[in-house]
Structure formats: structure tokens, C-alpha cells
Design a protein around this ligand. Structure first.
Ligand SMILES: Cc1cc2nc3c(=O)[nH]c(=O)nc-3n(C[C@H](O)[C@H](O)[C@H](O)COP(=O)(O)OP(=O)(O)OC[C@H]3O[C@@H](n4cnc5c(N)ncnc54)[C@H](O)[C@@H]3O)c2cc1C
Length: 400
């Protein structure tokens, strides 16, 4: 009987891992993907959706044809319980799926209870629904402009998206002739500008400071939020920063169903993994991308999380796929890559400008790290979006 690999989640990590396992074993394996969503979402473009620069259909595609062409079975259903003894996954619809090897790529959910009033009064762009809702708030703001607060709470990790939205907002205000009527304040848990949750890069603080000054944006770093009121962000020291429009990046948490499996996750609901991306507890369970736990090599006065961006997610998925294939062949998992050693490659978009972020490692100590500003980065980000959607839709997961 052919080995059965079950993949939970069908986005960056799940789509890559599922097709990569199939390719590693030249098709001689049964691969099934279970995902609650039937469309791939290119999350990096959510920064543009509220401004009407993208519609949901521009940045999503149905995954079933992609999996079908790769010989992978796709089932739209949400995993509800992993039973490592029986080697099964039960779904919310009550179906039970057996597996020999399981790859978890279920990402995260937004923790909107982390700050009082966040859910009720704020907007966020860290999910498709959130970005659509933010777009509605932005359109209301344009009819009645005022001050703006953009930020990232304590424990947040997606700082790159917060900066991108900040600079895109400033750019959109200028285009709409509203720049002088709206004072923008950036409020962040980062200990300094340009920390990004990855410890910062050489000259990053100075460069981000220049960008903020040029755009006339006020900022507060190392700042926790105690409440989001209707019309004001309240910081931990009691300061109220008034807003007519706000977007706050919330912290993430692991998917709740994973916590129900004994010994699988840490307190945050993230799967504790080795550098082979096997669970620390279960040899035949893997986790990749946002779902995998990562330990930051620092503590900050105001807590910040580590961003797990697209490139490390894909690399984790390939390492996991190689190791699952090795186990199926009766070999030891020999592919190792710790998260901190994966290179950092990212573009921070700023409306009509941008910053290319390059480092030899995601986490310090590093030998090389550089930030390259310039309008070419905006053009690169636009081109990359098209390329990446083409690549994933075609199932070309071995391309960079
Ligand atoms: C606003 C924003 C901007 C970003 N910008 C960048 C960027 O510029 N560059 C970059 O490299 N990265 C960026 N990222 C990060 C990037 O999106 C992530 O690295 C990537 O999405 C991680 O992939 P993943 O597969 O681990 O998780 P996800 O992409 O979140 O996928 C998880 C999948 O699991 C499914 N799922 C959830 N629960 C279940 C369940 N119970 N059962 C079955 N399926 C389930 C979900 O529907 C989803 O399809 C950005 C992220 C955001 C939110």
C-alpha cells in the first residue's frame, strides 16, 4: 500500500509541502490536502486592498485545479482534532482522515482579544475579511477625514505589513489631497524603528526614521496599548491618541484545534518543531510556516513576535517534504534547516517607493544585512505579486 501523507492548510506552506512531497517521491505517494478555504490567498497584497488597488479576486485563486494537476487530492474542510495514536485527523464536518505522515500548515489566527476594544473599534489587514472591513472604514474616513493611528500591538509579529500600510496610507492621503488634514501617528511595540521583529538590520532605524520624517509621521516605539476606544488608542502609560481612522496589526496565536493534541504545541498554540520540522513529540508529524514555533534570541521591554515570512515558510515546507519522503523510503530524516539560519528576503512597499530587505539569516547573529531604498522596489513588489500567483497557481513549487 502507498504511504498516505495528509497536509493541513493549502496556502504558502501547505501548497508547497503537498506538491513537493509528491514530486520528491515521483508521484509514488498518496497526498491529500485539507483546508477550510478553497482559494489560495496572496497575503502580502492585503496592504493594497483597502485602497481599492486590489480586489479579492486579483489576489486569490481556487486551489482545487492546482492540486488536481499535481495529482494531489484536495478536500475543503477544517481540521478539528489530531489523534497521533490512531494517526487520524477528524474534521469539523465529522469526517475522519487517516495518515502515515501529517504536515501541519494551518497558519495562525488573529488574537483580537489581546487589547481591550481591538475587535470592536479597530481595523486590521492581516486577513482577507479584515482587509475588506478596513477598506470600508477607509472609504468612510475619506468622507470625514481626521487624524490617523497605525500601529502594531504588544506581541505582534507582522511589523513589515504595519510599515507598508503606514506608508501606503500616507501616499494615498497625498494623492487624495488630504495629507495636510490628517496627522498620522505610528505606535509600535518594537524597541526601535525598523526592528521588524527580526532584531533590526544595520542602518535600519536611521532609514525608517528618515522615511517617517519625510512623510511627516509621528511615532512612538516600545509602546504597549491598553485599549482601543472608539476614536482613541490608549497606550499603557494612559496617553490617548485620537483617530478618525485606525489600522492596528494584532498579535497572532496558533490554531485552537492544535492545542487539543497532547504535547504538540507550546502555550501560544504553535507546534514545537526540530530543525527537520518534525514535531518534537511525534516523529511522523511535521509543522511548517506560521504554525511552527520559533524562539526569538532576545527579549524586548515590550514583547514582540518573530515574523515568519513567505521565503522561510517555503523553505520549511521543502525541508519537511524531503524528510517525509526520506521516512517513506525507510531512511532517517536528513534535511535540516533551523529557522534562524534561513535568509531574509523581503520588500517593504511604500506606495510609490519601497525598501528591499536582505540578510544572510532571519535571526542574529548575522554576517550580512542590508536595506536598499528606492522606487524600483515598488515596481519589484508589483512584478513579484504577479510572478508568485503564477508560480503557485501552476504548482511550480520548485521555482524560487
Ligand atoms: C498583511 C500581510 C502581509 C504580508 N507580507 C509579506 C511580505 O511582503 N513578504 C513575505 O514574505 N511574507 C509576507 N507575509 C507573510 C506570509 O503571508 C506568510 O509567511 C505566509 O502566509 C505563511 O504561510 P502559511 O502557509 O504558514 O500560513 P497561511 O498562509 O496563513 O495559510 C494557512 C492555511 O491554513 C488554512 N487553515 C486554517 N485553519 C485550518 C484548519 N483548522 N484546517 C484546515 N486548514 C486550515 C487557512 O485557511 C490557510 O489556507 C504577510 C502576511 C500578512 C498577513
Amino acid at each position: 500500500m502507498r504511504a498516505k501523507v495528509l497536509v493541513l492548510g493549502g496556502n504558502f506552506g501547505g501548497l508547497t509541502a503537498a506538491i513537493a512531497v509528491k514530486q520528491e517521491l515521483h508521484g509514488d505517494v498518496d497526498v491529500t490536502v485539507l483546508s477550510d478555504r478553497d482559494r489560495f490567498l496572496f497575503n502580502p497584497s492585503l496592504i493594497w486592498l483597502p485602497f481599492g488597488k486590489r480586489a479579492p479576486t486579483d489576489i486569490t485563486f481556487p486551489v482545487a485545479p492546482t492540486f488536481d494537476a499535481a495529482g494531489v487530492e484536495f478536500i475543503q474542510d477544517a481540521a478539528d482534532l489530531i489523534d497521533p495514536r490512531a494517526k487520524t485527523v477528524r474534521t469539523v464536518s465529522g469526517h475522519v482522515h487517516p495518515y502515515d505522515y501529517l504536515i501541519i500548515a494551518t497558519g495562525t489566527r488573529e488574537n483580537l482579544d489581546a487589547v481591550e476594544g481591538l475587535r470592536e473599534n479597530s481595523n486590521w489587514i492581516t486577513s482577507l475579511d479584515g482587509a475588506i472591513h478596513t477598506g470600508e472604514a477607509w472609504r468612510r474616513f475619506r468622507d470625514a477625514p481626521g487624524d490617523i493611528v497605525i500601529g502594531a500591538t504588544q506581541g505582534a509579529s507582522c511589523f513589515g505589513a504595519a510599515y507598508e500600510f503606514l506608508f501606503n496610507t500616507s501616499y494615498q492621503l497625498r494623492k487624495a489631497g488630504l495629507k495636510r488634514r490628517a496627522k498620522i501617528t505610528y505606535v509600535t511595540a518594537e524597541p526601535f524603528l525598523g526592528h521588524f521583529g527580526i532584531g533590526g538590520l544595520p542602518h535600519g532605524e536611521r532609514l525608517l526614521g528618515m522615511f517617517l520624517r519625510k512623510e511627516n509621521i509621528a511615532y512612538r516605539t516600545d509602546t504597549a496599548m491598553s485599549a482601543i476606544e472608539d476614536g482613541a488608542v490608549v497606550t499603557a502609560d494612559g496617553t490617548k491618541i485620537k483617530y478618525a481612522f485606525t489600522m492596528i496589526v494584532p498579535p497572532f496565536t496558533g490554531q485552537d484545534f492544535l492545542r487539543r493534541t497532547d504535547g504538540l504545541t507550546n502555550a501560544g498554540g504553535y507546534v514545537e518543531v526540530r530543525d527537520t520540522y518534525q514535531s518534537k513529540r511525534y516523529e511522523n508529524i511535521y509543522a511548517v510556516g506560521l504554525a511552527a514555533a520559533v524562539q526569538a534570541p532576545w527579549t524586548t521591554p515590550t514583547p514582540v513576535g518573530v515574523p515568519k515570512t513567505g521565503l522561510p515558510t517555503e523553505q520549511m515546507a521543502h525541508v519537511a517534504a524531503k524528510n517525509v519522503a526520506a521516512q517513506i523510503r525507510g531512511e532517517e530524516p536528513a534535511s535540516h534547516k533551523s529557522f534562524g539560519d534561513i535568509p531574509a528576503v523581503c520588500v517593504m512597499d511604500a506606495g510609490n517607493n519601497g525598501v528591499l530587505i536582505l540578510a544572510d539569516k532571519m535571526l542574529p547573529p548575522r554576517r550580512h544585512g542590508v536595506l536598499v531604498p528606492g522606487p524600483q522596489n515598488h515596481a519589484f513588489k508589483l512584478a513579484f505579486e504577479k510572478y508568485y500567483l503564477w508560480k503557485m497557481k501552476g504548482g511550480h513549487v520548485s521555482l524560487p
